[in-house]
Design a protein around this ligand. Structure first.
Ligand SMILES: [Zn+2]
Ligand SMILES: [Zn+2]
Ligand SMILES: [Zn+2]
Length: 154
């Protein structure tokens, strides 16, 4: 997209897992086996996954119960380090396909199938930030999500 003057990379598959690991390690955090499992599980989902979904799948995979709370903590760490994105209106998470650069990502969330299409449009997000700044509001991050029906469900 035209607004990307920077070196923007979208990753997928093993390449995404490598990019996420490199990004986390570069910020001084460890890529533990549990963190790795949570990220792989997240990356496997093409729809936003809740901490409960991930905890269930990991419990089955690891053969012992993984508590949703420990998954939450890891997801929080991932969001804080730009490895995962939180879809607020679904209370769920997606692997961030661009861990190497920061955007105020926009989501189109389908009310039927739950799919969240990820769009980056820095023109729109900077306007939203500008409106908040104009109201003397100290913005942490804008949340821009559009609910509706996706093209497959139409
Ligand atoms: Zn970018
Ligand atoms: Zn994005
Ligand atoms: Zn749909």
């Amino acid at each position: 997209m035209a607004q990307h003057a920077h070196n923007h990379h979208e990753h997928s598959g093993d390449n995404l897992i490598d990019a996420a690991r490199e990004s986390l390690v570069a910020s001084g955090e460890q890529w533990t086996s549990m963190r790795s499992d949570v990220f792989e599980e997240l990356a496997r989902h093409d729809r936003p996954a809740s901490a409960y979904d991930i905890a269930d799948n990991l419990s089955a995979k690891r053969g012992k119960r993984v508590a949703p709370n420990s998954v939450y903590r890891i997801l929080d760490l991932f969001v804080g380090n730009n490895l995962a994105l939180r879809v607020e209106s679904s209370n769920a998470y997606l692997a961030n396909s661009h861990p190497g650069c920061t955007h105020d990502c926009i989501f189109l969330v389908c009310d039927e199938c739950g799919e969240a299409t990820h769009i980056d449009n820095d023109d729109i997000s900077s306007k939203v930030r500008g409106v908040a700044d104009g109201a003397k509001f100290n913005t942490r991050r804008p949340i821009i999500e559009i609910r509706g029906i996706c093209s497959s469900c139409n």
